[in-house]
Design a protein around this ligand. Structure first.
Ligand code: ADP
Ligand code: AMP
Length: 214
């Protein structure tokens, strides 16, 4: 079973890489942020609970996240493995994940840590847009004022996430430093952690990841 985990600050490029690697390895991309955003769109119980917290850039409470991750990773669609993006975000969540992994597989997690300086991360978050027609994530810096989605061709369908506004970005980065970055020390006690320079072009990062995981 191949269990790959992308770790790093918000905006460092986890989702971008997880999506590409997921399609190359034919493994499900499990993004807790995407699952929560979908729940908000559907106005489900989970979405109603999570919405305000997410819009403030804070972490959704652990009890909710524990149920969510346990359900998703034990689903038959994850039986060959998964690519996890956005979980764990605290040492407690890393411990919960380890408990689940111990139940479902004898294989170790492969942790890919993506690293970039804070100024690059702030720039990526403020320039991030999502195509509301196909869900594709783009960086405005690369679109050269074009309003056309490079993935589906729709025009003027880009939207900005509420938590990518300047004041919320600041909050999210503070929470990352305080609560999420200690997860790295947790994983450094394991053998399977690999650090990658996230300032490289997307395809170069993908190449490095595939060298590690295949
Ligand atoms: P995360 O999932 O870690 O929050 P994303 O994958 O959504 O981050 O990426 C954040 C923004 O940075 C997006 O606009 C994305 O297009 C852009 N991006 C991702 N990887 C790179 C890269 N290697 N170089 C430049 N921009 C990137
Ligand atoms: P992301 O798409 O990964 O940037 O996540 C967006 C938001 O969803 C985060 O800022 C949190 O509010 C919430 N979220 C996603 N994953 C988690 C998690 N593992 N624990 C708590 N909250 C989360």
């Amino acid at each position: 079973m191949k269990m790959i985990l992308f770790f790093g600050a918000p905006g460092v490029g986890k989702g971008t890489q997880a999506k590409i690697v997921s399609s190359k390895l034919n493994l499900p991309h499990i993004s807790t942020g995407d699952i929560l955003r979908e729940a908000i769109t559907k106005k489900s119980w989970l979405g109603i609970k999570a919405k305000e917290t997410m819009n403030r850039g804070e972490l959704v409470p652990d009890d909710i996240m524990t149920h969510l991750i346990d359900d998703v990773l034990k689903d038959p669609k994850c039986k060959k493995g998964f690519i996890l993006d956005g979980y764990p975000r605290s040492v407690h969540q890393a411990e919960v994940l380890q408990t689940i992994v111990d139940v479902i597989s004898d294989d170790p997690l492969i942790v890919i840590s993506l690293v970039a300086d804070v100024d690059i991360i702030v720039d990526r978050l403020s320039q991030r847009r999502m195509c509301k027609a196909c869900g594709n994530i783009v960086n405005l810096n690369f679109l050269k004022n074009s309003l056309k989605c490079p993935s589906c061709g729709s025009i003027d369908t880009f939207i900005k996430r509420k938590d990518d506004e300047e004041d919320v970005i600041k909050n999210r980065l503070e929470i990352f430093e305080k609560t999420t970055s200690p997860v790295l020390h947790y994983y450094k006690e394991h053998d399977n952690i690999y650090e990658i320079d996230a300032t490289l072009p997307v395809n170069e990062i993908t190449k490095k990841i595939l060298e590690i995981v295949t």
